[in-house]
Design a protein around this ligand. Structure first.
Ligand SMILES: NC(=O)c1ccc[n+]([C@@H]2O[C@H](COP(=O)([O-])OP(=O)(O)OC[C@H]3O[C@@H](n4cnc5c(N)ncnc54)[C@H](OP(=O)(O)O)[C@@H]3O)[C@@H](O)[C@H]2O)c1
Length: 224
């Protein structure tokens, strides 16, 4: 499947907006999703000010999910269940849904450097529980810095571990390749999201200790 467009649920937020901007810059039509249509429209205008050539529209989350076969979810973990429930009936049959959510304690008032256990194994698996049968679920983009992504003129260097089914990973590979210098890494089945998601908490700790906001990861020893 090659990508016609991508919907970003939580596309008004730091990570969602930065990813949407990168994909728009690469020429992929983008739909910014929000709980509020007006907020999505505002983010659309913000993106167009940065990238006047972008093909972008803003919609309420349900309408955004309905408008694309590729849906990326980037919301606080505390909102994950309500957001997945709200888009469930709108997601297209066989859509690829890519979860970037991290179960950091900060989303429920705790520390950003701590994660908590999710009964289903990971945020992505919890999200999948609310998706219609046939949804191709993937997990990706947790180890990217929204700050680095938002600087559209600078390449973002690093690896993007992607978990999920093969068909879905081929689509996410295209999304990764659209962002200059990032490398797609096949991180196995969706169950492995429970290993990848907590890396964000580690990166947040590194950011604090090293006085930056752009720590990421790279794997060594993989063939080119
Ligand atoms: N920021 C990063 O660098 C980064 C990196 C890796 C992973 N992540 C993960 O990606 C996810 C999004 O992070 P973020 O930094 O982009 O978060 P954020 O800016 O705080 O929020 C993203 C968007 O989520 C939506 N949202 C839906 N329900 C919400 C609720 N109950 N409370 C607050 N916002 C709600 C909001 O959009 P509307 O109000 O428009 O609906 C908001 O703009 C998180 O799970 C985070 O752990 C972030």
């Amino acid at each position: 499947m090659s990508i016609d467009n991508v919907a970003v649920i939580g596309g008004t937020g730091d990570l969602g907006f930065a990813l949407a901007s990168r994909w728009a810059k690469a020429g992929i039509p983008v739909i910014i999703g929000s709980r509020e249509e007006a907020k999505a429209a505002e983010a659309t205008q913000r993106l167009l000010r940065e990238l006047p050539e972008a093909v972008v529209e803003g919609k309420e989350n349900g309408a955004a999910a309905a408008a694309s076969k590729v849906v990326v979810v980037a919301v606080p973990f505390s909102a994950l269940i309500s957001i997945y429930k709200s888009i469930s009936e709108h997601v297209q049959p066989g859509a690829v849904v890519v979860d970037a959510t991290v179960p950091v304690e900060a989303s429920i008032g705790g520390k950003a450097t701590h994660v908590f256990g999710v009964w289903e194994g990971s945020a992505a698996q919890l999200g999948l529980a609310f998706m219609p049968k046939g949804t191709i679920m993937c997990s990706a983009f947790h180890t990217l810095s929204a700050t680095a992504l938002a600087e559209l003129e600078a390449p973002v260097v690093g690896d993007v571990p992607v978990c999920g089914r093969k068909e879905g990973k081929a689509v996410v590979n295209e999304l990764v390749d659209a962002i200059s210098e990032l490398r797609f890494v096949d991180a196995g089945p969706l169950e492995n999201a429970r290993i990848v998601e907590p890396i964000t908490a580690l990166l947040i700790g590194l950011n604090h200790r090293y006085g930056t906001d752009r720590a990421g990861i790279s794997f060594t020893g993989l063939p080119e």
